[in-house]
Design a protein around this ligand. Structure first.
Ligand SMILES: Cc1ncc(COP(=O)(O)O)c(C=O)c1O
Length: 396
């Protein structure tokens, strides 16, 4: 009988088998897997093989084979990954590229309109939205989410902003926030935004590969993703999504002419891409599916996150930044040591005294926190070591 993702998530032997598919440098325990994901050994080998093939063949075969056949097939496969039509998807170099393209080319703003930024958005996205506002003569409205957040507080913060600022037209929304791992109630926020005529550009950088979502169900028409976090692709790959019925609202990028103006691929800068990395994608996607896709990866990562965060949540001296609500949780979570003013000092202690590699993140309204991100190679035992370390440090 096939096992559910939740049962599989607790099967250490199964995940040890997965972990053996990766090469891992000896050293500190990596609890900062949110930066980018490892490739499996077989993907890394295929990538190296493709580097050598492209280097040997150069443009003769790249023009004949990659451009004519592989690139088209890869785009089709990425559209299938998003459950989207092919004409909604364009390749980019990363999520930032996709999001910046969507933001700078969004053409529906008139002077006097407003755009909305919350404290939880990614800094590059915030910068791009502020830039857009200056270019188009529109105002930026900034909001800070309540902390601790709840499903209802997150939705109602947006609803209040939409009612208070009727000239709002556009907002970015981060699906999985990079500081504390809070998962935004995207569908509910998108429904409220639609009611008020506000467009959303979804930052899905941390979502793709660990959350099973359907953009149509979420009500999202513009989105940017990368493939090097939870999908397991080589670095330097991302994609942009525009619902075909909304293509006209995003201009071709800076006069881009390599594709017709009614082609979504004209919405990104044209360049020579990382061809060997792109050529590796079919294998990456096959392995992603073989691991059980986002459903299995997400369940495993959530189990690891829940193990450590629930063990220390009630401990004096520790605040876990994400709430218990499973709708708002994923692989990533964060904490802070409430008795210590400088979280970076505790990040240093975790590394020096316990060989646990984590990272401090700041910039949200709730202040600095320590981000903890297990990965697909993390055994349960590493969560036990983390729990012991956090418990000891909290008493000091
Ligand atoms: C929330 C969020 N958005 C965007 C990005 C940028 O992604 P990329 O590195 O693919 O440009 C990141 C990267 O960590 C992120 O965490």
């Amino acid at each position: 009988m096939p096992r559910t993702a939740a049962t599989l998530a607790r099967d250490e032997e199964h995940w040890q088998g997965i972990a053996r598919q990766f090469d891992i440098e000896p050293g500190p325990i990596n609890l900062e897997n949110g930066y980018f994901g490892r490739m499996t050994r077989t993907v890394a080998e295929a990538y190296q093989h493709n580097i050598q093939w492209v280097n040997r063949s150069n443009s003769v075969l790249v023009r004949q084979r990659f451009e004519q056949i592989d690139a088209l097939q890869i785009r089709r496969q990425l559209a299938a990954l998003l459950q989207a039509p092919e004409n909604a998807v364009a390749l980019t170099r990363c999520a930032s590229d996709a999001l910046q393209s969507l933001i700078r080319n969004y053409n529906r703003l008139q002077p006097g309109d407003q755009v909305l930024l919350s404290d939880l958005e990614y800094d590059t996205v915030k910068g791009a939205v502020r830039w857009l506002a200056r270019q188009r003569g529109v105002d930026v409205v900034e909001i800070v989410h309540q902390h601790p957040a709840s499903f209802d507080s997150l939705v109602s913060t947006y609803k209040s902003a939409f009612e208070r600022y009727p000239r709002l037209k556009l907002m970015p929304l981060t699906y999985v926030t990079h500081r504390s791992g809070l998962v935004m109630p995207v569908q509910a926020i998108a429904a409220a935004a639609r009611d008020h005529g506000v467009d959303i550009i979804l930052d899905g950088a941390h979502a793709l590969g660990q959350i099973d979502f359907d953009l149509a169900e979420l009500g999202i028409v513009f989105a940017g993703f990368n493939l090097h976090k939870w999908i397991g692709a080589p670095l330097s790959l991302g994609l942009l999504y525009i619902h075909p019925e909304r293509l006209e609202d995003i201009d071709p990028d800076m006069g881009e002419f390599h594709f017709p103006s009614d082609d979504v691929r004209a919405r990104t800068p044209y360049s020579t891409p990382n061809i060997p990395a792109l050529m590796t994608l079919p294998q990456v996607l096959e392995e992603h599916r073989a691991m059980g896709g986002a459903a299995a990866k997400g369940a495993r990562l959530n189990y690891l996150r829940e193990t450590w965060s629930e063990a220390v949540r009630e401990r004096p001296g520790i605040e876990v930044m994400t709430p218990r609500d499973p709708r708002l949780c994923c692989a990533i979570s964060a904490l802070r040591f409430t008795r210590h003013p400088h979280q970076q000092a505790l990040v240093d202690r975790l590394l020096e005294d316990y060989q646990l590699f984590t990272v401090a993140r700041n910039g949200a309204g709730f202040g600095t926190c320590i981000r903890i991100t297990p990965g697909l190679t993390t055994p349960l035992e590493h969560m036990q070591r983390l729990i012991e370390a956090l418990s000891e440090l909290a008493t000091r």
